[in-house]
Ligand binder design. Structure first.
Ligand SMILES: [Zn+2]
Length: 307
C-alpha cells in the first residue's frame, strides 16, 4: 500500500486523539467495575459506551495496530510469552520488536513513539485475562537491540537518555513501576481469584473492592504481592481489617473487636460489622489461591494485641 493510500485510511490527528481519550476513559470505568482486570472477550468487542464497539486487542499477536489509526493502540506484555519483555532497571518496560524485519508491526509503534501518542499496555495475568495499564508511551526506539522502551507514566516521557538512567531517575522509575504495574496486577489477580466479591460480606461491586495485603509489603519475608498474601475486601472491611477493628483467624473466621461488639450505632455497624462476627470467609474457588494461614496468623497476632 502506498503512503498516500495508508493516510487516507487513517482518521485525522484530532479524531484519533479524541478516540484514544474516549477508549481510555471507558477502559478505566469498565476495568474498575471488573475489579481491575478485563477479559480477551471484552477487549475483542470493547463497548465504547455510545452504542459502538471497537477491538482493543489483536486476534493472536501481542501488538494491535488498527487499520484506521496512524499508530499502535495496544501492546500485550506477558511474563511467560515468546517476547522477552521485562522491566529495565525496574522502571521502563522493554518491549522487543516483533520477529522478522524492523518494519511490519513495529512501524506503527515507531509512529506512536514519534508522535508521543498514548498506548494501552495489557499485562497478561492469566489465560485470556489482562490488567490494562494506560496511558503508557513508547519513548525510545532502540534499533540496535531491536526493542522499544515504554514509559509507564507521563513523568518518564521526557527523559533525555532513556537507555541510561541516573540513580534518581531509576529510583523514580522503580516507584512508578510498583504503582502502575505491580500494584494493579496484584489487585487484578486477587479480586479475580475471589470472583470479584468481598471475602467477608460478598459485596460484588468491583469499584468498591480492594486487594488488601494480609502482611504489608514492607515486611521483608512475608509481604510479597502474591494472591495468597491477599484478600478481596470491600472498602469498609478493608479499613476495618487494617485498623484491627476486624480480625481473621488462621482458620478463616471473622472476629470483631470486643469494644465494637458492645457499641450501639446505625445499620452499618450492626449489619456491616457486628453481624460478621463468627462468620467464615468466602474463599476463592481454587484452593491454591486461599489465604496463607501463616500470614493470617501474623495479622491475627496484631489484632489480638490491639484488642
Ligand atoms: Zn465486605
Amino acid at each position: 500500500m502506498t503512503a498516500g493510500a495508508w493516510y487516507t485510511l487513517c482518521m485525522d490527528a484530532d479524531g484519533e486523539s479524541r478516540l484514544r481519550e474516549q477508549i481510555m476513559h471507558r477502559l478505566m470505568v469498565v476495568t474498575a467495575r471488573n475489579g481491575g482486570s478485563i477479559t480477551r472477550g471484552e477487549l475483542a468487542a470493547f463497548d465504547l459506551g455510545d452504542g459502538r464497539t471497537r477491538r482493543l486487542i489483536d486476534h493472536s499477536r501481542g501488538i494491535w495496530n488498527p487499520r484506521d489509526l496512524s499508530a499502535t493502540l495496544a501492546i500485550v506484555s506477558s511474563p511467560d510469552g515468546p517476547y522477552a519483555d521485562e522491566e529495565v532497571d525496574g522502571g521502563l518496560l522493554r518491549y522487543d520488536y516483533r520477529a522478522g524485519t524492523d518494519a511490519g508491526d513495529n512501524t506503527k509503534l515507531r509512529v506512536a513513539a514519534e508522535l508521543g501518542l498514548p498506548l494501552i499496555l495489557l499485562r497478561k495475568i492469566d489465560t485470556g485475562v489482562y490488567v490494562p495499564v494506560f496511558p503508557v508511551y513508547a519513548v525510545d526506539d532502540d534499533r540496535a537491540n531491536r526493542r522499544f522502551l515504554i514509559a509507564l507514566d507521563e513523568g518518564l516521557r521526557f527523559l533525555r537518555d532513556p537507555r541510561h538512567l541516573t540513580e534518581d531517575q531509576r529510583r523514580y522509575a522503580r516507584r512508578i513501576a510498583r504503582q502502575r504495574l505491580h500494584q494493579p496486577e496484584f489487585r487484578g489477580r486477587v479480586i479475580r481469584a475471589y470472583g470479584t466479591s468481598c471475602t467477608i460480606c460478598s459485596l460484588r461491586h468491583g469499584e468498591l473492592l480492594d486487594a488488601a495485603h494480609i502482611v504489608p509489603d514492607s515486611h521483608q519475608t512475608l509481604g510479597q504481592p502474591v494472591v495468597r498474601n491477599g484478600l478481596s475486601l470491600c472498602k469498609i472491611h478493608h479499613a476495618a481489617f487494617d485498623e484491627h477493628l476486624l480480625g481473621i483467624t488462621p482458620d478463616y473466621e471473622v472476629r470483631i473487636n470486643a469494644d465494637l461488639l458492645d457499641e450501639v450505632d446505625g445499620p452499618m455497624l450492626k449489619h456491616g460489622l457486628q453481624e460478621m462476627h463468627g462468620q467464615s470467609l468466602h474463599l476463592p474457588a481454587a484452593r491454591r489461591d486461599w489465604p496463607d494461614r501463616d500470614r493470617l496468623a501474623h495479622h491475627w497476632d496484631d489484632f489480638l494485641r490491639a484488642s
